[in-house]
Design a protein around this ligand. Structure first.
Ligand code: SAH
Length: 430
C-alpha cells in the first residue's frame, strides 16, 4: 500500500479568475448564421452535429473561443473548487502505478484539462512523492482542442514551451515547472503508446450526443431544424424515418423511452481500453452521469444558470450526463471496469477528511481555512456535488489477478501476494 504519511500538504492559492464574464459575451451571430445556412442547404442536422459545431467549430466554437471556467465563467468544476481534489487524484495515480508493479515508463494523460488546475495539483503531488516515484520516467500528455485553453494550460504548467505547426500531431511541447516533459495533442489517438494513466474530468459530458425518441413506429432520431415561422430560431424535430445513427447505435435490450448516446465517447473509451489492455495502465473518468437510467439530460449553462440549448448558440456550455453503462459496454471485456461510484464515496475512500485536517493544521488564515472547509463540503455533500458526480475506472485485468511466483524447490510455483485494493473504490488504509 502506498504510504503517504510523510507527504507534505501545503495550501495553494488558486489563480484568480481571468475569464471574460459571461455577461460580456453577446450572442454569437456567426454560429447561428453558419448553422441556419447549413440546415437550409442540407436539411435538419443531428443533435451531435449541432453540439460539435457549437462547442468545437475551429473558428467560433464555444470551447475554442472562451475560458468558461470559474466564478466569472459559466460553470465551476471540482478541481477549480479545491486543491484537495487534484491532490487525491494524484495519490490515486501513484497508487495505481505502484500496484501495477512500478513500470519504468509512466505517461500521465489528461483529456480536456480546462485551465490545467487538476494536472497542476497532481504534478505537485508527484514532485512531493519523488522518493516513491524514483526511477520512473514520467511524462505529461494533454489532449485539448481549444487553443485558448491550451495557452492557459501552458502558462500555468510549463516553465518553457514551444509551439508546433498547425498540422502537427503534437502542437506544443515544453517542460513543466517540476522538470517533466509535457506535450499537447488534439486527439487521444495521437498520444504515444506505453503504460499510461488516463484522466478525464468533465470531459465526456462535453462530447456530442445523438438523441433518440421511442415512437409507435420504432426509434426516431431528434434533429435540429430552423423554426418555420422564425427563420433566426432553431427547434427540435423528429426525423420521420430511421437514420444511420438510430439503426446502429441503440442496443436491442434498451428499455428507455428516450436516449442520449455519444459514439465519440464510445470510440475514445475503446481506444483507452485497448491501450490499457495491451500496455498496462488505468483510466479514471469522473463526470456527472448515471448507469443507464436517465433519459433527457441535454442542457446548457451560461453564467452558472440553466440556458436553453437552442438559444444563442455559442454563448453557453452544452452538456449531457454521461451514460456509464454505455461506456462500460464500449470498453469491452479486455479491461476491468470499476464503478460508477459517487464522488462523495470516492473522495471519502481516498481520505479527504484526514487531508482537510492536515491542511487546516498548517493554515492560520481564517479566510483560507473557511475556503478549505467550504470547498470540501461542496465536493462531498450529497446535496451539492457529492452525489451527482460519479467516478468510473478502467483497469488492466492483470492488475486484479494474483500473480504466480517461483516458490521453494525446483519448478515449484505458488501464488504471489494478493493484489492491492483499488484506491478510491474501496477504503484506502493509510
Ligand atoms: N477538466 C477540466 C475542464 C472541463 S471543461 C475541469 O474539470 O476543470 C471540458 C474540457 O474539454 C475543456 O478543456 C475543453 O476545451 C475540452 N474539450 C471539449 N471537447 C473536446 C474534444 N472533442 N477533444 C479534446 N478536448 C475537448
Amino acid at each position: 500500500m502506498l504510504k503517504t504519511t510523510c507527504f507534505r500538504w501545503t495550501v495553494v492559492l488558486r489563480r484568480s479568475c481571468s475569464s471574460a464574464s459571461s455577461e460580456s459575451r453577446v450572442t454569437n451571430p456567426s454560429i447561428l448564421r453558419h448553422l441556419t445556412s447549413k440546415i437550409t442547404a442540407t436539411g435538419a442536422i443531428t443533435v451531435a452535429e449541432y453540439m460539435r459545431e457549437v462547442l468545437t467549430n475551429p473558428v467560433s466554437g464555444y470551447y475554442v473561443k472562451n475560458d468558461m471556467l470559474g466564478a466569472d465563467g459559466d460553470f465551476i468544476t471540482s478541481p477549480e473548487i479545491s486543491q484537495i481534489f487534484g491532490e487525491l487524484v494524484g495519490i490515486w495515480c501513484v497508487s495505481e502505478w505502484v500496484a501495477s508493479g512500478k513500470p519504468k515508463v509512466l505517461q500521465l494523460v489528461e483529456l480536456g484539462p480546462g485551465r490545467g488546475s487538476l494536472i497542476g495539483d497532481i504534478l505537485r503531488v508527484f514532485h512531493q512523492l519523488q522518493s516513491v516515484l524514483h526511477g520512473a520516467e514520467v511524462s505529461v500528455h494533454l489532449v485539448e482542442v481549444s487553443p485558448k485553453l491550451s495557452q492557459l494550460q501552458a502558462q500555468c504548467l510549463a516553465g518553457e514551451y514551444t509551439c508546433g505547426g498547425e498540422d502537427e500531431l503534437v502542437y506544443r511541447t515544453g517542460t513543466t515547472h517540476t522538470g517533466l516533459p509535457i506535450y499537447w495533442y488534439r486527439s487521444v489517438k495521437d498520444v504515444p503508446r506505453g503504460f499510461s494513466i488516463f484522466l478525464a474530468h468533465e470531459f465526456f459530458d462535453a462530447l456530442p450526443i445523438h438523441k433518440f425518441q421511442r415512437t409507435e413506429k420504432g426509434w426516431r432520431e431528434v434533429m435540429v431544424d430552423i423554426h418555420p415561422e422564425e427563420p433566426d430560431k432553431l427547434r427540435f424535430v423528429l426525423f420521420p424515418t430511421p437514420t444511420l445513427a438510430s439503426t446502429t447505435l441503440i442496443h436491442e435490450d434498451e428499455k428507455r423511452q428516450h436516449l442520449e448516446i455519444s459514439p465519440e465517447g464510445g470510440v475514445i473509451v475503446q481506444k483507452l481500453a485497448s491501450q490499457i489492455a495491451e500496455d498496462g495502465g488505468a483510466a479514471l473518468i469522473a463526470d456527472y452521469g448515471h448507469d443507464g437510467t436517465k433519459m433527457d439530460t441535454f442542457r446548457g449553462f451560461r453564467g452558472h444558470k440553466l440556458h436553453d440549448v437552442l438559444e444563442a448558440p455559442g454563448t453557453a456550455d452544452l452538456t449531457a450526463d454521461v451514460d456509464f453503462s454505455y461506456l462500460r459496454r464500449m470498453a469491452g471485456d479486455a479491461v476491468v471496469c470499476m464503478g460508477p461510484i459517487t464522488q462523495r464515496a470516492f473522495l471519502k475512500n481516498m481520505g479527504i477528511d484526514a487531508r482537510l485536517q492536515v491542511l487546516l493544521r498548517s493554515c492560520h488564515d481564517a479566510t483560507t481555512r473557511a475556503q478549505l472547509i467550504h470547498g470540501c463540503d461542496m465536493l462531498t455533500s450529497p446535496e451539492k456535488m457529492g452525489s451527482r458526480f460519479q467516478f468510473f475506472s478502467l483497469l488492466a485485468p492483470s492488475r486484479l489477478t494474483q500473480p504466480w511466483e517461483e516458490g521453494e524447490g525446483l519448478g515449484r510455483r505458488r501464488r504471489g501476494p494478493a493484489p492491492l485494493p483499488v484506491a478510491g473504490f474501496s477504503e484506502l488504509g493509510l
